[in-house]
Design a protein around this ligand. Structure first.
Ligand code: TRP
Length: 457
């Protein structure tokens, strides 16, 4: 093990912001957010979700960036080093290790969905999705799921692109990809929002998203909203911690966090505003589940003028967003392996990518050869979840909140007042006090309460 930082740094503040926003904005905003919000009743979910972003997500984002910049290393070694520097047990490294396990699970299914996006992009471009009605679109989606070989190949292509970017390193790979792709994403999203406002059922979509029905807030809605907050901000497994390790001292962490949270929430809301008017105008169900984007939107694209173009743009957008996120799920693992002597970034990127691809085959097979497997069947309300859904549910709703709680407790209780003030870059004032109350008490208690509710319920 080498001492000191073996890692490159971001080339600039802008490069870091692009990469971090690129990490946060992804399938979580465009595929996961609309379907989870749709399943959890729309407005009621939105309210809890935004509360979770502000009271739990934002302080933990700041905590992870601080731990990373303090440690200058991968999650495992940053936790160990910063704990030792403060006179605490190096055993905190296990918080980082939990993150590595979570990263493997999340990337394994994330890449499968990325493969779906690739499939749909090519099919839309080739015009083979045009003219489908609701029945044809469901059938088309099921047909894709029934073919493990082609799904595994697209999953492979997505993983290969992820590995390729990560292998190129911080400045030449991750930063460049994000700086290129993020602005394109914003423009594409605005085009689709424009279309949806103009041609969709905008009024119903607004009512669905922004008029909360408080009676719909259940334990299940709380867990889903909390899990979505962690997932969408890339928190709880050390992705942001790792990006913080590449951050130079002169960049303000609280301001960066504000930009990341703001941009991520904006994209999620824009995605909702783009998707639900089309859902309602086409007489589709908001609660369609993980297939929402992939089943319902092709129907809309098929029936709208210029649908091939809008549809192609949409899936290109989904793909861009997914790649700038998937690289941030792989990076912590590669960063940790890179800290061992004589290890080459490109080599470990390829090996970890291959291993995670293999784990992803379980999710692929869960739709066909292994469709009888329901890993969470011991919980009644989760009994019909397939393998991919189960990985998604457990990682987002259990592992990420636990990892995030560790980050909050670590930054709140283990790191000294002086360290925290230095990392926040402020004098002791309102920002410090509010952050510390949120990190020490509010965020951990919220996670504990929600997990308790969900286990009890
Ligand atoms: N935030 C990304 C999204 O919304 C996914 C992601 C990237 C992620 N890095 C992560 C999720 C780390 C959890 C943990 O699509």
């Amino acid at each position: 093990m080498q001492t000191g930082s073996v890692h490159e740094h971001w080339s600039s503040r802008g490069g870091f912001i692009m990469a971090a926003v690129g990490s946060a904005v992804g399938l979580g905003n465009i595929w996961r957010f609309p379907y989870v919000a749709g399943e959890s009743g729309g407005g009621a979910f939105m309210l809890v979700y935004l509360g979770a972003i502000l009271l739990v997500g934002a302080p933990i984002l700041i905590a992870e960036l601080m731990i990373g910049r303090r440690g200058q290393m991968s999650p495992i070694n940053s936790y160990r080093k910063v704990a030792e520097d403060h006179g605490y047990s190096p055993g905190w490294k296990w918080a980082g290790a939990l993150g590595m396990l979570t990263a493997v699970i999340i990337l394994s299914f994330y890449s499968v969905i990325g493969g779906w996006a690739l499939t749909f992009l090519f099919e839309t471009l080739s015009g083979s999705l045009s003219g489908m009605d609701a029945a044809a679109s469901s059938e088309h989606f099921d047909d894709m799921l029934s073919k493990p070989v082609s799904m595994a190949i697209w999953h492979f292509v997505f993983m290969a692109v992820t590995v390729w970017v990560v292998a190129r390193g911080i400045k030449g790979g991750i930063e460049k990809a994000a700086t290129l792709l993020m602005p394109a994403l914003f423009v594409l999203l605005l085009v689709i929002v424009g279309y949806a406002v103009f041609a969709g059922d905008f009024g119903r979509a607004m009512a669905f998203l922004f008029m909360p029905d408080f009676s719909k807030i259940t334990g299940e809605v709380l867990v889903n909203a909390l899990g979505q907050a962690f997932f969408t901000l890339s928190l709880g497994m050390g992705a942001m911690l790792t990006y913080g390790a590449y951050l130079s001292r002169d960049i303000s962490i609280p301001r960066a966090a504000g930009i990341i949270v703001g941009a991520d929430s904006l994209v999620a809301i824009l995605a909702g505003v783009a998707i639900f008017p089309i859902v309602f105008a086409s007489g589709l169900e908001p609660s369609a589940g993980p297939g929402l984007v992939f089943i319902t939107l092709p129907i809309a694209f098929a029936s709208m003028p210029g649908g091939v173009i809008v549809g192609s743009l949409f899936f290109a957008l989904l793909l861009f967003a997914a790649i700038t996120s998937s690289i941030s799920i792989l990076e912590p693992l590669v960063s940790w392996l890179e800290e061992h002597k004589g290890v080459q970034r490109a080599k470990v990127a390829v090996i970890s990518g291959a291993g995670i691809w293999a784990v992803g085959l379980l999710s692929v097979l869960g739709y066909n050869e292994l469709s009888h497997v329901h890993p969470l069947a011991f919980v009644e309300s989760l009994a019909d979840k397939d393998i991919l859904d189960s990985f998604d549910y457990v990682s987002a709703n259990l592992f990420l909140p636990l990892g995030g709680m560790a980050a909050a407790l670590f930054a709140g209780w283990i790191m000294s007042r002086d360290t925290v003030l230095e990392e926040l870059g402020v004098e002791e004032g309102w920002l410090f006090h509010i952050w510390r109350i949120l990190a020490r008490f509010v965020a951990p208690a919220a996670v504990a309460w929600v997990l308790y509710e969900s286990i009890g319920g």
